[in-house]
Design a protein around this ligand. Structure first.
Ligand code: FE2
Ligand code: FE2
Length: 403
């Protein structure tokens, strides 16, 4: 996977950012651009300055259904001043890019680059791509770089903030999802309009009627931000696995984005919903109802959202515990949930899918067997009681009968 990194404050994200990411993908053949919001914004902020969580939420709302764009919140989790050199090292470790990473710099920042912390080390780690942000012609820079032949989009975050503060036109300079969040939360000094009415997911009417887009908006509305970002990483990785193993990658993205949709429910509701699948509630599930969020999530998807695809419902149902009867999509989702790129503590080699391309169901079973047995070993180490379905699946793997 060829990766490029686009950092910044995203305060707020605007159309120029997304245009650059898109232009980098089509102009240089990247598979994916990682959008990495900085923890510490270099701009002066007033009393209504949005928190890092607000900036993340705006970004998360702005790229529904586009698996080419990822959000990585490592700088926000790290806190303190966000140095690119640390971020690049972290990204190499977690994403295992194909070849060298690329770092996209706007030409407004490019002149200062030699003064960045450990800029030499950055140059040794990443190819610098300079994108046009200003209307100036191409320029010479005292370090190796390539220049993107993009149109300069004359939008800046500072300009958007200023327009909002002055009560002027700003709304169509930012993606629709970010606009909704600015309005709902009253960011940048805008009067707070409160949350969208119940039953009308924020951003739904502006994002179009596609099922993936609607369900992504719903996941974003109902889950915590960190749970949503996890879901998006799972969606992208499940889609990748589906492509590698010859499955429908759109179904993979959809299963990933909704897989934790039952996660916000209380214990009573989890049990009530899980019971609708007519399977018994096991002793382990009774003891720990949070284990039911897969079963309850599948029930929600079927009853509340009208999703009927059996493979998607089963994948969501079994993603937490596994079961004795998992189909290929369920296996792909299970894998992605355990090792998606923002999860810490995953052995890097597990995310290396080279060599699996075109191996079909056999390859998927091999990878699934590896991840499943590692997960069970970890659960045993932590002395967790194992769900009956988990043990059945483990037995199948150990007997060499993966399905
Ligand atoms: Fe889950
Ligand atoms: Fe999950």
């Amino acid at each position: 996977m060829k990766l490029a990194v686009l950092g910044g404050s995203f305060n707020p994200v605007h159309l120029g950012h997304l245009y650059l990411a898109d232009a980098a993908i089509s102009g240089f053949g990247f598979d994916r651009v990682l959008l990495v919001p900085a923890f510490r914004s270099p701009f002066k902020q007033g009393a209504a300055a949005p928190s890092p969580q607000d900036r993340l939420a705006m970004l998360a709302a702005s790229i529904p259904g586009d698996p080419r764009l990822l959000i990585d919140d490592c700088e926000i989790r790290r806190e303190g001043v966000s140095y690119t050199v640390d971020t690049l090292a972290d990204i190499y470790r977690r994403y295992l890019p194909e070849g060298r990473l690329a770092l996209i710099l706007g030409d407004d920042l490019a002149r200062d680059f030699p003064r960045w912390k450990k800029s030499d080390q950055i140059l040794s780690m990443a190819d610098i791509i300079i994108a046009r942000r200003t209307l100036a012609d191409t320029a010479e820079y005292p370090y190796p770089c390539r220049q993107m032949q993009n149109e300069a989009v004359g939008i800046s975050s500072a300009q958007v903030r200023e327009l909002i503060a002055q009560g002027k036109h700003w709304r169509y300079l930012v993606p629709a999802g970010a606009r909704t969040i600015i309005e709902e939360r009253g960011l940048y000094g805008l009067p707070d309009s409160g949350p969208a009415e119940d039953g009308v997911p924020a951003g739904d009417f502006v994002s179009g009627p596609g099922l993936i887009i609607r369900m992504e908006a719903e996941a974003r509305r109902t889950l915590t931000l960190s749970r949503f970002l996890h879901s998006r990483q799972v969606a992208v990785m499940t889609a990748d696995l589906c492509r590698i193993f010859g499955l429908d990658s759109r179904a993979g993205y959809l299963a990933g984005i909704v897989h934790d949709i039952g996660k916000h429910l209380g214990d009573e509701e989890l049990v009530r919903l899980a019971k609708t699948d007519r399977l018994p509630i096991s002793a382990v599930e009774k003891q720990k109802p949070s284990l039911l969020h897969g079963r309850a999530g599948a029930a929600l998807l079927k009853n509340q959202y009208g999703i009927r695809d059996r493979d998607i419902l089963d994948a969501v149902r079994f993603h937490t515990t596994g079961s004795g009867s998992m189909g290929p999509l369920a296996k792909a989702l299970y894998i992605a949930d355990k090792i998606e790129s923002s999860r810490e503590g995953v052995e890097p080699g597990l995310r290396d899918f080279r060599g699996y391309e075109g191996t079909g169901e056999q390859g998927l079973d091999r990878l699934f067997g590896k991840i499943f047995t590692e997960t069970v070993a970890w659960l045993r180490l932590k002395k967790f009681d194992l769900y009956e379905g988990t043990l059945r699946q483990l037995e199948r793997i150990e007997r060499g009968v993966p399905r």
